[in-house]
Design a protein around this ligand. Structure first.
Ligand SMILES: [Zn+2]
Length: 387
């Protein structure tokens, strides 16, 4: 996919850059997430448009090409990787999250070119990976030195602008059991049963974090802004042995302004305190590993020129006022909001079932937001005639 994007950008005359993730630099940065064996080794691709005369404001257009697993195929009505179109909807894993936005980044610039114009400012089209598991791809473009006056990431946001967004932490907990034959089960310790006790404690942590929502302006009206997901469980070897091991993979959200490092330390302390008070865990403490996202949330500060320009562009393209909302999940825009401190706009098409079965994107909506993006680029960067 990155090779495809590289060729598409090169064919359009962009100055090309392709580079690997720098693990040491990423892990040394406060916004870097820990590595795991599953970490992508795909390159990051950036295409740079240089104007003849730099008269406007520069812009980063970013998309991520990684997708989440499709899950059991039998639960899809439409094939997950065939890009089937039924009526207005294109189906497929990643169709909405976010191949549609990746295409919009290119097509908004193509649209301007078709009427004889190009941005009168430097535009970086950045294609990254690792958005769904660490956020390290976006951070790598920052570490590579790419900076602009504003950033636009067309994630599937229902034609709305993201005002605030949660951070995310991933962790894995390993519980050891004591394996015995089931006929003397009382003498052993069942790692799967024990893992359930840890999950119970984590649900308590989740409840405590939700109870703090009143302190967070954009989150207090959400009934349950902090979601803990027990995303994966593995354990045991077969039905007639008391399981000696169990592993759970977890994801939890954090509020903007909460340091991801502090939140991770709180999770660790909570699990350790629980273990000390538990007859079995006191001598066999569960092991906790941070194996993915360790990313902070952000708030898009209201009142920027970039937001006003997008608002005008959205109104011109759709005839409707631009709505803002909070999304309690990770977004790459956090890199630019937190570490570049520039307006980071997350705005994109209408979708259904992202991360679920029969993910799909509205093609009419993709056209509308692409038009809004082209108008936004025209105002933000200014235009010059194509030579
Ligand atoms: Zn996405």
């Amino acid at each position: 996919m990155q090779d495809f994007v590289f060729r598409e950008l090169a064919r359009r005359g962009f100055t090309m850059d392709r580079f690997a993730m720098d693990r040491a630099a990423i892990e040394a940065h406060p916004g870097g997430s820990p590595w795991s064996e599953q970490h992508s080794t795909a390159p990051i691709v950036v295409g740079i448009h240089h104007p003849r005369a730099e008269t406007g404001r520069s812009l980063i257009l970013q998309s991520h090409l990684d997708v989440v697993p499709e899950g059991p195929r039998a639960l899809w009505q439409h094939a997950p990787f065939e890009a089937e179109i039924v009526g207005d909807w294109m189906y497929g894993r990643g169709a909405a999250d976010m191949k549609a936005g990746a295409a919009a980044n290119l097509c908004a610039l193509d649209a301007l070119r078709r009427i004889g114009f190009q941005p009168a400012a430097t535009v970086y089209v950045q294609s990254v990976v690792e958005e769904e598991s660490t956020g390290n791809g976006a951070l790598m473009t920052h570490l590579r030195g790419y900076r602009a006056d504003a950033v636009l990431i067309p994630e599937p946001e229902e034609e709305k602008l993201v005002r605030a967004n949660a951070g995310v932490i991933w962790f894995q907990i390993e519980v050891q059991g004591l394996p015995v034959h089931v006929r003397e089960m009382g003498a052993g310790a069942n790692a799967i049963d024990a893992a359930y006790r840890v999950i119970g404690e984590l649900r308590g942590l989740e409840a405590d974090w939700n109870a703090r929502k009143a302190m967070h302006e954009h989150f207090r009206d959400d009934p349950h802004p902090i979601n803990l997901n027990i995303g994966k469980i593995e354990g045991g070897d077969w039905a007639s042995s008391v399981p000696a091991w169990c592993r759970i993979d977890c994801r939890i959200a954090i509020y903007p302004g909460v340091d991801a490092e502090d939140a991770a330390a709180e999770i660790r302390a909570r699990v350790e305190a629980f273990a000390r008070g538990d007859a079995y865990f006191a001598n066999n403490p569960p092991r906790i590993t941070f194996n993915g996202f360790r990313a902070q949330g952000y708030v898009l500060e209201p009142g920027s020129d970039a937001e006003a320009a997008l608002e005008r562009a959205h109104r011109a393209a759709t005839g409707a006022a631009l709505e803002r909302f909070m999304t309690p999940a990770y977004l790459d825009t956090r890199v630019y909001a937190l570490y570049d401190r520039v307006p980071a706009l997350c705005y994109g098409p209408i979708s259904r079932n992202i991360h679920g079965f029969d993910e799909c994107v509205s093609l009419a909506s993709v056209k509308r937001i692409t038009q809004a993006m082209a108008l936004f680029i025209a105002e933000w960067c200014g235009l010059e005639e194509v030579a």
